[in-house]
Structures are given as structure tokens and as C-alpha cells.
Design a protein around this ligand. Structure first.
Ligand code: XMP
Length: 531
């Protein structure tokens, strides 16, 4: 993301617009934010805006010094250039001639900012750029380490760069459309120089959605069931952005999550987002109810029912209100557009199952709560983009789907704590290897090349030999599929070397497993999950 520090120019908003048009997330903050703010922001790059002021008026704004100490690229525009020059040891003087309006500057050498960006070339082959100027002062002496990258007669230092530190500055305004290559320059800065990903297309959506949520909720309070899945996480991040502490998330950990998942969810929401999150460790309750049950449908029903029970109990407490909180009146859900379509039209059998875990069907009525569903008009890929734009880690947002009943349907037959622990370790190894193994042809990781991959625990023992000893331990099966709609699927042709590495690591690292097999069944006739 890009941090734009505003020195009070009329056109700072335009800088943000242009950055967003490059599909990169940015925020505008006043130029007098603290050094700590700048450090904590986590910017990939910083843009210093223009201003009406003159850098050598008595009291003028300077950029927080941290801007130049973070090691991230910085782009100064107009006043931003002048303050950069002055703060880094150059010189700025009042121009004798005020330059206002169109101007043509000549690009020098090969700066990363302008390379191959030009309106035309002059007779000597130099690139010429038509730009919009609006300044009186100008930089007259470069700070150490800088060189001139564009000039004209009135403004000999029309742009400057310290390519090594990735500091760039332009006296003209690339953000206004009169600078014909302005968008190209800003794209160059934010995408290539700052190395951000052009994945922010949800910009306007966020501000509109935030406004809608504020309108709908007013000063009331909201509860949301956080599952660790993409939809509820994105809904939580969005609602939190809109109403902050009026949102309380309830994270029910049924003990059937992937390795470190509970910790990750808590760190992300309580730690990073500073959201109110109630972590309910209901492992004992779930394990207790699952003891002795081995029928897959019975297991699913128990898990679904227990989930609703635990969530309802927490929601009832929150509805009643607790210290300083007056009581929730809304239940938020991460319902997305395909869920809306499915529940309106013909439901597939699976869709019903998926919904009952995902969206805790029927709960709002039972609890007497109003419903808040801010993702109702988004498709999955849009929810993911929204998640990234809201600052959730891309790895989390682009994770493979994970079923509501969790490892409960990946431990065949009776679910036991011991089995869940073994499965978690084995699965983490499989996923780690899929993520770190890159396919030569596509350049993508095998995690990204597969639609869903996981490990299944088989409660059967087989004989093995380790060192000089005999082992008699459990078997796991690896499952990896490629599918577009999860209704049909092909097993993934993972490289043997990858399978070999995963097998070795699981057998060596997970005590209790001595055999790894690979599931080569398609759907149909098999299903993706084993239960
Ligand atoms: P199957 O096993 O039916 O799975 O081929 C198709 C997809 O659905 C997921 N799945 C579930 N997701 N709650 C969910 O939220 C469930 O009860 C459930 N059962 C299966 C499965 O992981 C696969 O992506």
C-alpha cells in the first residue's frame, strides 16, 4: 500500500485517485503525522503531495524524517519535491518567474521513473514530456546522491532522482490529466518502483460499503461469527473498518482447525486489526459430543449443532450487553452472492450442507437479531480482492476452501484428539511443500495450481521399519484436486519428487504415522472430502 502525505494541495485527492486507478491501495494522511505513524503504516512507498506554501516561509511543513529513513521509495510532487530537497541537504529558492500551466520538459538519462515514458522525442533523441506546472519556488541545488532527470529552461531541475535510495521528485503535477503521461509515471512509481501488486479494484467499493454499514447500524452493536474462513474474515475486516468497536467477533474453535489456525485468526483480528474478538475454546465440548460416533452424517450433524449451541450462548451474552457495551442488535454474516443465489433457487444437496455450517442458518430469527450481510453482492474472487484491499494477508485470503466441520470430516470414523493432532502436523507439512514447490512451466506454486489440497487421517495401522525397529503406525492419504466448481474434480498430477518429499517429511517428522498414500480418485465417482 502507498502512503500519501498531504501538504495541503488542492489536488492531493487526485493523487489517490490515480494510485487507485493503478489498482493499488493507498491512504491520504496529513503531513504532520508522527514518525511512529509513518513507521507503523507499512507502506511500500510514500508520496509527498504539493502545497500552497513555500518551503522557506517561517513555519512550513516538513515530511516526518522517518519517510526518508524507512528504506521505501519516496516520490515528492511539487512542494513535496522541494521539502524533500531541503530535508536531504539540497537548496530551494523563490523562482523569479512563476511557472503555471503547460510546460515541456526534457527527460535525462535513464531514470526508472521516466524510462520509455515520453510524449515525443526531440532531434537528439531525448524524450520530451508535456507536463502541468504550478509553482513559484524551485529546487536550485540537488541534495547529495541526486541527479537531474528532467529539465527545461525555466526549471533546470524539473525532476530529480536518487536511484539508489529510490527517491524521486517532480516539480510538475503527474496527478492532473494535463500531464499526459502522468498516470504512466504514477503507475511506474507505485507498481514497478514500489513493487506493489495491482490488485486493488475494490477501492470505491470499500468506501461505499463502509458508508452503507454505518447508515444501517447507526450506534447499535454487531456480533459476527468468525470461522477463520475467507468470507467471515473479510466481512469482519470490512465491518470493523466501518464501525470499529461496535463490532464483536466470536471465534468458536471446535478443535478441528488446521495447525496454528486459531492463533493466526486471533493475531490477525485481535492483534493487527485491534478488533474485539471473543475466543471460545470449545474443543472439549466438541470432542465430548463426538466420542464414540463414527457415522459421517451423524458427525456432521453433531458438529453443526454444537457450533450453533456455543455460538448462541455467546451471542445471548453479547445481546444482553457486558461491561460498557449496551448489547448487540445485529448479527453479521459473511453471506456472499453465490449463497444468496443458492438459497433462492434450486439448491444442490451440497449447497444445503455448506450453508448450514457457513452461515449458521436460522440463527438471527432465533436470537431476535437483525441481519447484516455486507458481502451479499460479491462473488468469491471479489471477496478475496476486497480482503486484500482491507489489508488481510493475501496468503490467508487466497487459501483453499476448508469445510465447516473441519478436520472432523478428514478423520475417518471416530474423531479423537490424538488423531486430530497427528493430522494437523501431517497436513501442515503437505501444505508447506505445496507452497514452496514451484512449477517450472507456469512459475506458480503447486498450492496455487491446485484448487484444494489436504491430508486425510486413516485410523488403520500398518507395519513399517524405521532404523532397526519395527513400527506399527497410522496411515495418511494426501488429496489434491483441480476443479473449477467443486462439483466435479480431477486429482492433481503432482510431481513425484514433491510427493516423495512430503512422504519423507511426514514419516520422519510426525511420530505415529509410518505410511503416506496418494488419493488418485476423481469426483465423481469419489467426492473431494472423504466423508
Ligand atoms: P465434496 O466432498 O462434496 O466437497 O466433494 C465439495 C467441496 O465442499 C466442501 N465441503 C464443505 N464445506 N461445509 C463446508 O463449508 C461442509 O459441510 C462441507 N462439506 C464439503 C469441500 O471441502 C469441497 O471444497
Amino acid at each position: 500500500k502507498i502512503l500519501i502525505l498531504d501538504f495541503g494541495s488542492q489536488v492531493t485527492q487526485l493523487i489517490a485517485r490515480r494510485v487507485r486507478e493503478a489498482h493499488v491501495y493507498c491512504e491520504i494522511h496529513p503531513c504532520d503525522v508522527s514518525d511512529d505513524f509513518v513507521r507503523d503504516f507499512g507502506a511500500n512507498g510514500i508520496i509527498l503531495s504539493g502545497s500552497h506554501a513555500s518551503v522557506y516561509e517561517e513555519e512550513t511543513d516538513r515530511a516526518p524524517q522517518a519517510v526518508f529513513e524507512l528504506g521505501v521509495p519516496v516520490l515528492g510532487i511539487c512542494y513535496g519535491m522541494q521539502t524533500m530537497a531541503q530535508q536531504l541537504g539540497g537548496k530551494v529558492e523563490a523562482g523569479t518567474k512563476r511557472e503555471f500551466g503547460f510546460a515541456e520538459v526534457r527527460a535525462h538519462g535513464h531514470s526508472a521513473l521516466f524510462n520509455a515514458i515520453q510524449d515525443r522525442t526531440n532531434s537528439e533523441g531525448h524524450g520530451l514530456l508535456e507536463v502541468w506546472m504550478s509553482h513559484g519556488d524551485k529546487v536550485t541545488e540537488l541534495p547529495p546522491g541526486f541527479k537531474v532527470i528532467a529539465s527545461n529552461d525555466t526549471t533546470p531541475i524539473a525532476a530529480m532522482a536518487d536511484e539508489e535510495r529510490k527517491f524521486y521528485a517532480v516539480q510538475f503535477h503527474p496527478e492532473v490529466t494535463h500531464t499526459r503521461q502522468g498516470q504512466a509515471m504514477l503507475n511506474r512509481f507505485v507498481l514497478d518502483i514500489c513493487q506493489t501488486r495491482a490488485d486493488w479494484i475494490m477501492g470505491d467499493y470499500i468506501s461505499e460499503a463502509v458508508e452503507r454499514i454505518r447508515q444501517q447500524v447507526g450506534d447499535e452493536e454487531v456480533i459476527l461469527g468468525l470461522s477463520g474462513g475467507v468470507d467471515s474474515s473479510v466481512a469482519a475486516a470490512l465491518i470493523h473498518r466501518a464501525i470499529g468497536d461496535q463490532l464483536t467477533c466470536v471465534f468458536v474453535d471446535h478443535g478441528l482447525l488446521r495447525l496454528n489456525e486459531g492463533k493466526m485468526v486471533m493475531e490477525m483480528f485481535a492483534g493487527q486489526l485491534h478488533a474485539r474478538v471473543i475466543h471460545v475454546d470449545a474443543t472439549a465440548q466438541f470432542m465430548g459430543q463426538l466420542a464414540g460416533v463414527s457415522d459421517p452424517e451423524a458427525k456432521r450433524k453433531i458438529i453443526g449443532r454444537a457450533f450453533v449451541e456455543v455460538f448462541k450462548a455467546e451471542a445471548a451474552k453479547l445481546k444482553a450487553g457486558t461491561g460498557g457495551h449496551k448489547g448487540a442488535t445485529f448479527l453479521a454474516q459473511g453471506t456472499i452472492y453465490p449463497d444468496v443465489i443458492e438459497s433462492g433457487g434450486a439448491k444442490s444437496k451440497k449447497a444445503v450442507t455448506i450453508k448450514s455450517h457457513h452461515n449458521v442458518g436460522g440463527l438471527p430469527e432465533q436470537l431476535g437479531l437483525k441481519l447484516l450481510e455486507p458481502l451479499r453482492d460479491l462473488f468469491k474472487d471479489e471477496v478475496r480482492q476486497l480482503g486484500v484491499a482491507l489489508g488481510l494477508p493475501p496468503d490467508m485470503v487466497y487459501r483453499h476452501p476448508f469445510p465447516g466441520p473441519g478436520l472432523g470430516v478428514r478423520i475417518l470414523g471416530e474423531v479423537k484428539q490424538e488423531f486430530a493432532d497427528l493430522l494437523r502436523q501431517a497436513d501442515a507439512i503437505f501444505i508447506e511443500e505445496l507452497r514452496s514447490t514451484i512449477d517450472d512451466v507456469s512459475g506458480k506454486s503447486w498450492y496455487d495450481l491446485t484448487s484444494q489440497a489436504f491430508t486425510v487421517f486413516l485410523p488403520v495401522k500398518s507395519v513399517g521399519v524405521m532404523g532397526d525397529g519395527r513400527t506399527y503406525d497410522y496411515v495418511v492419504s494426501l488429496r489434491a484436486v483441480i476443479t473449477s466448481d467443486f462439483m466435479t474434480a480431477h486429482w492433481a498430477e503432482l510431481p513425484y519428487s514433491l510427493l516423495g518429499r512430503v512422504s519423507n517429511r511426514i514419516i520422519n517428522e510426525v511420530r505415529g504415522i509410518n505410511r503416506v498414500v496418494y488419493d488418485i480418485s476423481g469426483k465423481p465417482p469419489a467426492t473431494i472430502e472423504w466423508e
